[in-house]
Design a protein. Sequence first.
Lengths: 310, 416
Amino acid sequence: MFSPADLATLPFDDWVNAFVRGWLVPNFRPTFRAAQVPVSAVLAGLDWFFRWMPMLVTTAAFALVAWRTAGRATAIITVLGFAFIDMIGLWNHTMTTLAMIVTSVLFCTVIGIPAGILAARSDRAWRVIRPVLDIMQTIPSFVYLVPIVMLFGVGMAPGIIATIIFALPPIVRLTNLGIRNVRADLIEAAEAFGSTPWQMLWDLQLPLAMRTIMAGLNQTLMLALSMVVIAALIGAGGLGLVVNTGLGRLDVGGATAGGVAIVILAIVLDRITQGIADGAGLRGLSLRQAVMNLLRLRGTAPGAEAQKAG
Amino acid sequence: MQPKLSVENLYKVFGNDASRALALLREGKGKREILEATGATVGVQDVSFQVDEGEIFVVMGLSGSGKSTLVRMLNGLIPPTAGRVLIDGEDVAAADTARLRGIRREKIAMVFQHFALFPHWTIAENVAYGLKVRGMPESARRERALAVLGQVGLEPWADSMPSDLSGGMQQRVGLARGLAADPDILLMDEPFGALDPLIRRDMQAELLDLQKTLRKTIVFITHDLNEAILLGNRIAIMKDGCVVQIGTAQEIVTAPADDYVAAFVADIDRGRVFTADDVSSEPITIQLRDTPVREALRLMEKHGSQALYVMDGKRVAGVVTYRDLAACEMDASTPSPTIRSTLITDYPTASTDTQLSALYGPAGSGLPIAVTDDNDRLVAVVEPNAVLSHLSGEAETDSPDGQSAEQKEGADVQPR
């Protein structure tokens, strides 16, 4: 049976090898090394800070934020969960992981929101950005771990960079979506009053898209957390390292302990960011929130009606 | 005097092949032919009009007539394909982006059908939007916003959110936002279209009230001819992207340019189009003094009228009717009676700009209605018959037949 391989075989892997090893790494290694400097600096600072902070202070701060944004139940979960992590002896690893997560999410935000804004304002930019995001989301992360190690070496910062690549797409997509979904009549009104594109962005598009952007941030955060274990393969520390070590030694207990700590951290961060997103939505008028408000304020609703009539 | 806003041969063609479509259009091809030939849709074709300062100019048309496209070309939200839009002699269509922004900030504001209030801002912040865009400092902005909110009666709601307000109130905010920047021209795109009929009527009255003091140049878009007639100093009627007639309400109702306009006008409440001035006639009067009844009767018989206004010097003293006078004349108990004994002092009055619809009640009394000027002088009278015959649309022929009475009835019950 004939197959295209009979005509010619393409040494595609050799080409990639030649490109990465023969050209990219020798020529650009210093550039990439320099590019990781800000990442390393932010990470080192945060890591030091989180580990320096006494456990009780950190827990209290998280519980307070959780209470303000997501309610009492989340605050209680936070206190209990963090206490559990401390008691199984993984507090320092958890704080390192937290520093890594915060660093990657920070860089994802700094890169992702402007990219999303650009994509929303120009169809041409979106046509370029979209396939890049598709590739980032579908390519298995192990594939880019190797070139990352070649370019950046091993350690924390390369792990963060892999995490950024993995976690970036949702925030770009949802920023784009949020801005594009701002009601056209509001955009027209802003335009009719002579606002500049920047004024429109600050006054209208970003505030009204904030809920969607926060949902994107939440997604990015969750993806970053799920990357923790994989990033540990190339030398990032924290809870990923605990899991990997357990895996290597067939130490089920150790791996599980690391896994549980990751899950607790994930739950707390997810609830808090979702709470923030819902808070942003309160003024952005989502249907769900409107219904919830209606149910919650049922007692006061007639008064509000009377005010309207008067 | 230079008109405030002047539109000259304005065209809008939607589609990629606009210039070819425009050429075909100028050759006199129809909308459909052009759509088939080029795939382009004609939105507005060859519209020209002028709006004077302080005038309410209403553009009336059904959906798809191009009126919304037209109004958006006036402030450049939709760039025209051809033609000029001159504001104080400056062509909006030719302005660059920065200049266009300047025109929108300083000269022309807009009120939208669905209010388009910013949901994340308070009412005061919404109203101050145009000022914020201009870069006015916050405290000055708020002060101005509160002043304008006071004008539309919403000052207590300054710190509420738009979602807390009813539709009518939201549109007041929309209007206040338009007024806050103190523009010369206000574009109103079916501003009351989304409101309940009762609220709409309130808003119309309020707009007219505000306009008395503000004297803005207003371009008002509506699909409701009654609204157009109520508000418009002049009205342009649009159909399929063309203006088919421009004129005052009276001109359009009395002389529709074509069948399309005539069909609209047929349903119109004529009582709101015409005023006492349109139906009044020269008053026949008699001096009070000691005029004998007989003389008054003779005068009425001569003019074929049923009642007569009685003057005391230059002042109206009252009205006498033929029936009363005749009865008085027959009554033998008073020899040589004067008209003083049958004088009716409780007579109906109106001013020259009273709407015809407001004369239905007075006309029902059967007495002629005295039309007086500001100094209470009698300038004309309206015969009850004239009111009815004018409503039927046959002012000149003095005989309301069955068909026209039916038409009047139809006009009365039509919902507004």
